[in-house]
Design a protein around this ligand. Structure first.
Ligand SMILES: CC(C)(COP(=O)(O)OP(=O)(O)OC[C@H]1O[C@@H](n2cnc3c(N)ncnc32)[C@H](O)[C@@H]1OP(=O)(O)O)[C@@H](O)C(=O)NCCC(=O)NCCS
Length: 178
């Protein structure tokens, strides 16, 4: 189940953060600020009452751009579609906030995440040499046209005729984009 993150999830998110990003994990105060910020939205994946993943978007109200801040699953939960589901929740939220373009940075040595992003329509728009320290790894900067992503998602949904109220499209309802 994917649901909104709360401050009560902070400890569990930090445990996942340290496991997924051992050399450059965010600090707990940084993550706390992310969870509290009105300029973003965080989701968690819960299984049998336990958190196994989380992801966050930063997209200040009225802004044109947004950023995928982070996304991670515990290793045992990977490869089962939950990373894509989390990413789609973030992108639906970006669409609801009228964001035109979403950016992210991904390590050059992370082909799994790159494949996920490319398959949702992200394209490489730049590189930041040696961005990740202390590992000395380049960052690939990617961006996504949110309207195009949403159009493709709606086409797919229409073709599959899913039950109403399921999936990320529902997340967008009632948000402030008019
Ligand atoms: C990146 C991450 C969030 C992806 O989540 P996931 O649940 O494992 O991925 P999914 O099962 O949703 O798969 C989505 C796509 O990712 C790619 N992918 C997933 N596992 C893969 C693997 N073992 N090898 C290659 N590509 C893979 C594929 O493109 C896949 O699409 P497909 O199933 O249609 O082929 C997850 O692997 C993770 O937490 N990794 C560690 C933290 C991290 O690197 N975060 C990203 C920081 S930028």
């Amino acid at each position: 189940m994917i649901r909104d993150a709360t401050l009560d999830d902070l400890a569990a998110i930090m445990a996942l953060e340290h496991a997924a990003f051992p050399t450059d994990a965010w600090s707990e105060p940084m993550m706390r600020e992310e969870l509290r910020s009105p300029h973003g939205r965080y989701y968690v994946v819960e299984q049998a009452g336990r958190l196994v993943g989380y992801a966050g978007l930063r997209a200040p109200k009225g802004g044109r751009d947004g950023d995928i801040q982070t996304i991670a699953l515990e290793s045992a939960a990977r490869g089962r579609g939950q990373g894509r589901a989390l990413l789609r929740h973030l992108l639906a939220e970006a669409a609801a906030r009228c964001v035109a373009e979403v950016f992210l940075e991904v390590r050059d040595d992370n082909p799994v995440a790159q494949a996920l992003y490319r398959s949702e329509g992200f394209v490489e728009v730049g590189r930041r040499p040696r961005y990740y320290q202390p590992d000395d790894v380049d960052a690939i900067v990617m961006s996504l046209d949110v309207a195009a992503w949403r159009g493709a998602a709606e086409d797919t949904a229409a073709a599959q005729s899913p039950a109403a109220g399921e999936g990320p499209a529902d997340t967008a309802r009632g948000a402030w984009c008019t």
